[in-house]
Design a protein. Structure first.
Length: 144
């Protein structure tokens, strides 16, 4: 901080004016390389898309056991690299979480169900989510 004396105020008295000097940091090769690596890392850590491959949207599934496989495609697929989590949502409730791209919903009720997938980072922040999809499960019922 630099102090200048001798400036006069409007009432004729002298006052001190403080001038803050800028902080200057000289760049070296290490600093430049570190910055470039961070920028490259930030670019590859973003997901472009996540989508539910199966069941397809508005599909009809005939499965008397009620077991429905869910398959997810992620681009780029970096879940393990960044220790992210794939969260499977069925009818607005979380049913599974982990790094598997395929799960099987067991003993689902017949009817229409909504599904969605969200990818979260290690802190639980949502990074990207799929579109909401629905499927219709047909199961044999006694008395039909």
């Amino acid at each position: 901080m630099l102090t200048r004396h001798g400036q006069r105020s409007t009432d004729g008295s002298k006052r001190m004016v403080r001038i803050n000097l800028p902080i200057i940091i000289q760049s070296d090769n290490l600093h430049s390389q570190f910055s470039e690596q961070n920028i490259k890392h930030a670019r590859v850590s973003k997901y472009q898309s996540v989508q539910i491959e199966s069941p397809t949207n508005d599909s009809i599934i005939r499965e008397n056991s009620g077991n429905v496989p869910l398959n997810v495609a992620i681009v780029p697929d970096l879940v393990e690299q960044f220790n992210d989590q794939i969260v499977f949502i069925v009818n607005h409730h979380e049913v599974a979480r982990g790094q598997a791209r395929r799960i099987t919903l067991r003993n689902m009720d017949r009817g229409t169900h909504e599904i969605q997938v969200i990818i979260e980072d290690a802190q639980g922040n949502a990074l990207i989510q799929s579109n909401m999809q629905k499927f219709h499960l047909l199961r044999y019922r006694l008395g039909q």
